[in-house]
Design a protein around this ligand. Structure first.
Ligand code: ASP
Length: 437
């Protein structure tokens, strides 16, 4: 068995967290490649090292000295080193960094130092070789990841070193200069490493014990999800659940590698296991895997009697596309169709967009309703199960919530309803109470 374990910022925030990581890595020899984010917040008042580094850069941009912030960052790393009795030359490295900053250093290189120093300290502490991401994560000049070259380099480094510690969040462009990934990119590095070595499991260690069935700010003590499919994860993350972003885990999904979300502060909890397919157990009868939703949608309804529906629909969709507005859902009636779109995406272009629809579709009426929230119940077990939507709508109706739109994905993985924003929390609670038990 081969595992890649990625530890997020809160898992490496200070010396105490480093100790937990060491125990986790030591407890399973299958954990071969360790990917780390930059040290994150130790408590609510604290700052992420990455944020401080961006702040340094902002100071540079406006010609203000960033010595004080750099001093804070240096002290954080020196503190970890001293508490763990390590010898990494934090002071020497920072002196060199400051000298380079004076000569000129890109923002990407400066910010990447958060993961670099964290990984250097972690490698020394775990007594596992450090491999720099600039030597094995490659981007083209166009900024796109060079997947083939990256996989070959990571697999090569692993063949040479065996166990290794790799900083997340950056790689390099062909000139050798560091290049950052999007925020939270440590997850991408972990997924790339797992895919490169064909790992059996990609472990993503955070500060939550897996994914919960609903937002704990809305539902009290929601149950954790023990296992789910990648398809379900995609639906939930798209609908706003704060879980890993779909595109960051694409490399492992493509290779059929299982993803396990774990909690560094509760290492005995198995967390959530995500796979392409799940062998269903007989006794598990819960048919909703999770509930998620988002506010901020508008319903745009176009009505025209005796319309040539497909032509009008096609024209309206083309217009939405021209304004870069994505139709989240489409409902068709005999003499009307309606789109659910993001209110923010419509923005100020809404009037021009409606004028264009009027010009090309010649409708009897165009109606706009904003303040809509979408709520999705996601579950692979809803597929082919009769009566699920009936029960769901009945419960929502009995709870006094008016459903404005209904959509079920073609794969029957999710039932999405549109409700007034003021009913959003109630709808989620009703769904959870009625179907999660
Ligand atoms: N340190 C980076 C961030 O804060 C990347 C990561 O944590 O994955 O966004």
């Amino acid at each position: 068995m081969l595992k890649v374990a990625k530890f997020g910022g809160s898992s490496v925030a200070g010396a105490e967290q480093f100790k937990k990581v060491k125990a986790i890595v030591a407890s399973d020899p299958d954990r071969q490649i360790i990917v780390v984010s930059a040290a994150g917040k130790r408590d609510k008042e604290d700052h992420k090292i990455t944020d401080l580094l961006y702040l340094c850069n902002a100071h540079r941009t406006y010609g203000v000295s960033c010595d004080e912030i750099l001093g804070q960052i240096e002290a954080r790393f020196a503190g970890i080193r001293d508490a763990l009795g390590l010898s990494f030359d934090v002071e020497g490295e920072f002196a060199a960094l400051k000298a380079k900053l004076v000569k000129g250093m890109s923002v990407d290189e400066l910010v990447s130092r958060g993961e670099y120093f964290t990984a250097r300290l972690m490698a020394e502490y775990l007594e596992i070789p450090f491999v720099d991401a600039v030597d094995c994560v490659f981007f083209g000049m166009d900024g796109q990841l060079d997947q083939e070259k990256t996989y070959a380099a990571i697999a090569g480094a692993y063949a040479k070193c065996g166990r290794m510690v790799l900083p997340g969040f950056y790689g390099c462009i062909p000139t050798g200069r560091p290049r950052l990934m999007p925020r939270g990119g440590g997850d991408i590095t972990g997924a790339l490493a797992a895919a490169a070595v064909n790992a059996d499991v990609y472990e993503n260690w955070t500060d939550v014990s897996g994914i919960l069935m609903a937002d704990p700010r809305i539902v009290k003590d929601p149950k954790p999800i023990a296992e789910m499919t990648y398809g379900e994860l995609r639906e939930l993350s798209f609908m706003g659940a704060s879980v890993l972003q779909e595109d960051s885990i694409l490399p492992v999904r493509e290779k059929g590698i299982a993803l396990n979300i774990r909690n560094t502060n509760e290492p005995d909890n198995p967390g959530t296991m995500i796979r392409e397919n799940i062998v269903e157990s007989e006794e598990e009868d819960r048919f909703i895997t999770g509930i998620a939703g988002r506010k901020g949608f508008t319903i745009l309804t176009v009505t025209k009697h005796n319309m040539e529906q497909s032509t009008a629909l096609c024209q309206a969709l083309t217009i939405l596309d021209q304004y870069r507005v994505r139709a989240e859902h489409i409902t068709l009636g005999l003499d009307s169709f309606a789109f659910v779109v993001s209110t923010a995406a419509l923005g100020d272009a809404v009037y021009e967009l409606i004028a264009d629809i009027k010009k090309s579709c010649r409708p009897d009426d165009v109606d706009l309703r904003d303040g809509i929230a979408l709520v999705a119940s996601v579950g692979r077990k809803m597929t082919f199960r009769p009566g699920v939507s009936g029960r769901l709508f009945k419960a929502i109706g009995e709870g006094g919530v008016n459903i404005r739109t209904i959509a079920q994905g073609a794969d029957e993985l999710a039932i999405v309803i549109g409700v007034e924003e003021e009913d959003y929390e109630t709808a989620i609670r009703i769904m959870y109470e009625g179907f999660a038990g």
